[in-house]
Write a protein that binds this ligand. Sequence first.
Ligand SMILES: *Cc1c(COP(=O)(O)O)cnc(C)c1O
Length: 462
Amino acid sequence: MHNQDPRDHEGLALNPIFTRPGERTEFPRFTLRKEESLPETAYQIVHDQAMLDGNSRLNLATFVGTWMDPEANRLYLESADKNMIDKDEYPHTAAIENRCWRILADLWHAPDPARSIGTSTIGSSEACMLGGLALKRRWQHTRRRHGLPTDKPNLVLSSAVQVCWEKFCNYWDVEARYVPISEDHRVLDGHDLADYVDENTIGVVAIMGVTYTGMYEPVLQISQALDKIHKNTGLDLSIHVDGASGAMVAPFLQPELEWDFRVPRVASINTSGHKYGLVYPGVGWVVWRSAELLPEDLIFRVSYLGGDMPTFALNFSRPGAQVLLQYYQFLRLGFDGFRAVQGASRDIALFLSREIGKLEPFELWNDGSDIPVFAWRLRSGHERHWDLHQLSDRLRMSGWQVPTYPMPADLTEITVQRIVVRSGFSKDLAMDFLEDFREQVAYLESLSAPLPDPQPTPGYHH
Ligand SMILES: *Cc1c(COP(=O)(O)O)cnc(C)c1O
């Protein structure tokens, strides 16, 4: 968790201009200082260190919200003290949390949103854990009712799942059965599914907006494959939709696409409020089609205005402000506003993918027409003195962060580069980016000898 830095044994030197009379000019780096310091001094030290981080608006790698209205920023400051778990102390924040997941249940076509159940979380990772735990517990109950063993649960998912699902399987002792993606099956699409499921399968995960590429997995088609398995074997399996990005895009941009509770096998859906929910980092959501799908024995009761408030979460304390910010966005944008914002991001993604696809060295993997995310690779069969990692490095010179990484099993020999278009990345910024991109590609193409091998760069985390 900690890399050695040559300065580790040195103190933290302060610019004398910031020190006040009597203050020392060197602070210890890894031990708590004995004396106090002035708030201005402490502020300056933290501010200056954080300033060296990249500019989040130029970060085309992250899915996470980096821009909100000034009014949202004001609300954030006003509500920074609210703890989401203190339902008793902040009953109105608790009521707003309920309104938010009810809005999502409705947006995702729950047959009777009043009979759904849901919660906010710290992000999709926690939401996926909860969705997975509910699948596992339901499977255990069914097995026990029939006097069958419950020691070997497995979960079926695409090899391109986000790392939170690997964690879920590892932390909760569930065997992960990965269906590898390939050139022919670029996402989990239901093919050969029968080879992966058995009586110990707790469910199937479908991803709306695969992190590697932004592509949707065809939930309806996966469900139809499961219908066939049900008919042939009697196994009746549920789907959890990981809609970290797509669950806040598809309702607005692809309203006809059936991926949500319109598909009867979909038991639960999660999303990241802080991705295309357009909130700063720290909020996710999970909703179950109906309350029976969330086993009662996973729910804890906390006291709430003398009444009782069911909770299902991994964390106890967490920020309440982000939940208020989510509600702010729901009020601020409404359906039409969300459609406009996501539509603008998709138009920019399509524009950029079209322009990048026109450049000779590249071949698009997808074009950003699902969620506004797309990836490309180098066209093969052409000798080159450079690779995508070196292009990422060159783009970094003008501040752009564009990740390059290998695809998951069984496509690890393919390296792609990817852009996430988010609210706040305007057409103008996109054109600036494109100009820098073309310039760096022209530079690399003009090389008459290979660049030295790139330094091994730290792994990219999806
Ligand atoms: C980002 C992402 C996650 C993890 O979400 P966090 O909100 O970052 O915890 C899970 N699944 C998918 C598909 C994602 O894109």
